[in-house]
Design a protein around this ligand. Sequence first.
Ligand SMILES: Cc1ncc(COP(=O)(O)O)c(C=O)c1O
Length: 382
Amino acid sequence: MSIFDEIVNRNTPEDIKYMKIEGIDDLIPMWVADMDFRSPDEVVDALAAQSKRGVFGYSEADEAYDKAVTGWFRKRYGWEVDPGTVLKLPGVVYGISLAIRALTEKHDSILIFEPLYGPIAKSVKGNDRHLVISDLVRNGTRYEIDFDDMERKIKENNVKMLILCNPHNPVGRVWTGDELMKISEICLKNHMIIVSDEIHADFVYSGHKHIPIASLSDEVNKITITCTSATKSFNIAGIQAANIVIADDSKRRAVDKLSLTTGAYGLNIMGLVATRAAYTYGEKWLDELKVYLEKNIELVKTRLSGTKLKVTDIEGTYLMWIDASELPCDDPAGFFLEKAHIKFSEGSFFSNKASRFIRMNVACPRSVVNEALDRMLKLQEI
Ligand SMILES: Cc1ncc(COP(=O)(O)O)c(C=O)c1O
């Protein structure tokens, strides 16, 4: 038995994933991107020790924190980062929003690849920037970047910034060195800034490797803002903490200055303690978790093969992007909620062209994945 087989009780009123839905008392929530597993003991113990001390004053990252973060980058991605270039902020989306505001002007064009985690487009538009979408192209069960479309749209719209997601939520791609090289060449040629959301970097499976785009060369490093966090990797999203790497001094100062004016800067004490413990002691736990998740992914692929649900290949993340357009309904997420009491993320959250897709979060005990699949496969429409 694996530690990840344990059913952890998340039925508390403040838990978003398990929010009560009227009329449903046997809900399987497979939507929002956090996991049903307990965080590593070392993280829980560090938070408990801090709580016991009973002091929750203002805090600042110490040397051990810097060492833990940059040590993780070096060990896991072969990426050398100067701790002085890391801004600590209360979240990745917040970091992206600050980068948009600090490094582009109102009405500037910003390009994203869709389908994409919804809050990114919202942040672009909400900050009064012009959103330019280059749709990822589906090639069988895998998505690819249409580089011609990307370049054409950059030129036509005078695009100033690319917001990349690597590994990509929701299509599960881990961009290759060649793809990243092509992306960065286009951005350099067009004098663009790259904001790279790498929050899923620790979930990369056999045969694939996470390459931080900033690590490609000094030139690329200078134009890149890399948004990282331990929150997805160690299931601590509620502590809200992110490390934003900005090598170029003037860009980093601009983002830092804006963060000070918003009043939300630095790390809360629990975010600091949890991140430091996770990156210092969490490696073994994470490696075991990845093996477990990979088996969950295989299970879903195997059991859904030959059905009307077309499962996208997954190289990274624990989020499976499923084409449900062969089902006789316009709203597959609503369909599964009503008929099987399973809550998936709706495709329209990621692109208005994807309303007949669902995203399935498989970061839960295998028995739960099997129960969800049993319920799905019982439906005659599948
Ligand atoms: C790609 C991506 N970026 C950012 C976030 C959220 O990050 P944060 O909570 O640090 O703002 C998520 C959460 O699901 C995500 O999938």
